[in-house]
Design a protein around this ligand. Structure first.
Ligand SMILES: NC(=O)CC[C@H](N)C(=O)O
Length: 276
């Protein structure tokens, strides 16, 4: 592999944020940001092994039938790769074992949680221990949120950050755990890297609409123990430039760069430092 940061964004079956995610990867410095239809991967024409940074984009996989990303999680788990003894999941687990990076946004986060890629307690990336389900409001929430970063989190994407302002747009963003002990372990290991909070970024909040979905412990984003596997409901790819900010025509002194780009830059810098 040449000395270039290679990122891939999987598309198909209802994703709709792939171009924005690829754009964010490129702006963050990735030399390659390929948008690849899942059929190309299942046909064996493209292999995850040729990349460092896997992005699972937002959207409406399979129309949210059976619950968001549920069918997609089964597809990714079980679908064979043509002409190979492996499944796509085998490639994915090898990708994770190789120390590479995976980030899922919104529908991509739902996909990861339902596959068991997160929170992946004890390094088990195959068992589902949590879910993302219908917002407490009972409706689709489309609004900007303040996110408090846990500075003690192993998450490599949020390193050096204290608070981020990002939009959410989802119907099923409420993080729930299967057993109370899962939540205790997530908190003890600081895996909940992002939590909904107020504009002062002081403390996590359960107050609606600051917490747009009633998520347990105000959890908005979760990583695994390595910090390299990360998913979040808000959309970092939707705030990579000043003009994406909802009040950009009124608020002066907004930096040229949007806050969402920081997460991608941390990922790309990590790859350049550790994997090339
Ligand atoms: N923007 C998204 O990815 C939405 C995810 C999912 N379709 C939901 O409504 O919850």
């Amino acid at each position: 592999m040449a000395k270039e940061v290679r990122s891939i964004v999987i598309t198909g079956n209802g994703t709709n944020c792939e171009r924005e995610v690829a754009n964010a990867c490129r702006l963050a410095g990735a030399e390659v940001a390929d948008i690849v239809h899942i059929a190309e991967l299942l046909a064996g024409r493209v292999r995850l092994d040729d990349y460092h940074f896997l992005n699972l984009a937002g959207g409406f996989l399979d129309g949210d039938d059976l619950g968001s990303a549920k069918a997609g999680a089964n597809r990714l788990r079980h679908a064979p790769v043509k002409g190979s003894a492996e499944s796509l999941a085998d490639q994915l687990y090898r990708f994770i074992e190789a120390g590479k990076l995976v980030m899922g946004v919104c529908n991509g986060f739902q996909l990861m949680v339902k596959m068991g890629l997160l929170p992946a307690l004890d390094g088990d990336y195959r068992s589902q221990t949590a879910t993302l389900t219908h917002n407490d409001s009972g409706r689709f929430e489309d609004r900007w949120t303040y996110l408090k970063v846990d500075p003690a989190s192993p998450c490599i994407y949020t390193r050096g950050l204290t608070g981020i302002y990002l939009p959410v747009r989802h119907g099923e963003g409420k993080f729930l755990v299967r057993e109370p002990q899962v939540l205790e372990r997530i908190e003890a290991a600081h895996l909940a890297a992002l939590k909904y909070c107020a504009a002062d970024y002081n403390a996590p909040t359960m107050d609606y609409p600051l917490n747009p979905n009633g998520s347990t412990n105000a959890i908005a984003g979760v990583c695994d123990a390595t910090g390299r596997i990360f998913g979040l409901m808000p959309h970092p790819e939707a705030y990579v430039h000043r003009t994406h900010h909802p009040r950009w025509t009124r608020e002066e002194d907004l930096p040229e760069e949007g806050m969402g780009l920081w997460l991608y830059r941390n990922a790309v810098d990590f790859i350049r430092r550790e994997l090339l």
